[in-house]
Design a protein around this ligand. Sequence first.
Ligand code: GLN
Length: 483
Amino acid sequence: MHQMTLAEIARGLAEKKFSSEELTKTLLARITQLDPQLNSFISLTEELALQQAKAADARRANGESGALLGAPIAHKDLFCTQGIRTSCGSKMLDNFKAPYDATVVAKLAAAGAVTLGKTNMDEFAMGSANESSYYGAVKNPWNLEHVPGGSSGGSAAAVAARLLPAATGTDTGGSIRQPAALTNLTGLKPTYGRVSRWGMIAYASSLDQGGPLARTAEDCALLLQGMAGFDPNDSTSIDEPVPDYSAGLNGSLQGLRIGVPKEYFGAGLDPRIAELIHNSVKELEKLGAVIKEISLPNMQHAIPAYYVIAPAEASSNLSRFDGVRFGYRCEDPKNLIDLYKRSRGEGFGPEVQRRIMVGAYALSAGYYDAYYLKAQKIRRLIKNDFMTAFNEVDIILGPTTPNPAWKLGAKNSDPVAAYLEDVYTITANLAGLPGLSMPAGFVDGLPVGVQLLAPYFQESRLLNVAHQYQLNTDWHTRTPTGF
Ligand code: GLN
């Protein structure tokens, strides 16, 4: 049962081959049995799951239908879930039970999805390895000595290990696409504003976007359908109609113009990954796509710009965690300053503290112009590069990551080495564009992802290309040994 995709589950439930309750019980048992090896969940919500599963079965018995009705999922633990711990992977929020559901959580629940639990993540979504969580590192099911990628590493590891068919994630600089690539999944970061951020604990508000992680593009279409849409509670949510993503999967790729940026294949890219990316290009050519070399000249400035903007926004967003209103409070504070200092010093882990310091520095008087403002100008140049490229091509294709999953601990003493792993993903966030990663092969038994980027609101195009690719390749069907 655990091998089924979301689409197969939807068919099975519709044909009454099994009930949501049966499926939910099977998966909860599987999580209890296997997750100790992976650490992909922070909280299991068994009671809620069974209640939602029974309710979904009852709705179906009453004649309701819907692809997500009774479908088991999990949420990255930064989506607020009413009455359930929402930790954001941090000691700061270890005792925080959200007073309301995030819009994404509420929408998926209304569609009948069953929440099995909350998944592990890098603390406050800062990281590319899922090693900065207060609840411990997540392991990659493809090799338990390797990282699963981050920050949505819990969602990725759980789905890759077939503990459940799909999960939500968020992507500020690659945190859906990068762990998807490193665990052999399909993950989609929507256009900024496509999915509501209300109730999604903020890391860097101008970059954050929620989206689906699943095994196939077909499943990402189903989950995104339940997540996307205008939300008056989020002032950056965009009031654009949501297309039928599943209906858009079967378009022909004949004549599709794919741009391959020459800057993507410079030093730093593992040549074995480069070869797999070229193979995926050839595959798409066979399906009728036309390949064109393009240039994104400002790409080299993306990492420095991102690692100023994201920490700057984070330092501002995280100022609310002061030990007063909610979250962790230190023992026996001597006075107010001591309360602030120790609550934040003890509640936040080292990576979060590093980002807060970098961000506060970049925003401080005298340095703002030199760093923050400069970074914003680079952001515009990066966006302009994409706009120019999309005048000539329909899709941009390249690697999702420069390397396969690294060993746990390998980059711990050198944060910049981990930041460099984001080189291919962060530009989409800086520009607000949608991006998808899909399985493209293996290097030393570890998965490799190919990334597709599209113009604003062209999620359907990404899903269509990925689905056609997946109809003609079988990388996405490979299962990690032992799971
Ligand atoms: N690795 C990037 C960072 O640490 C991106 C994280 C994310 O997308 N949440 O900022």
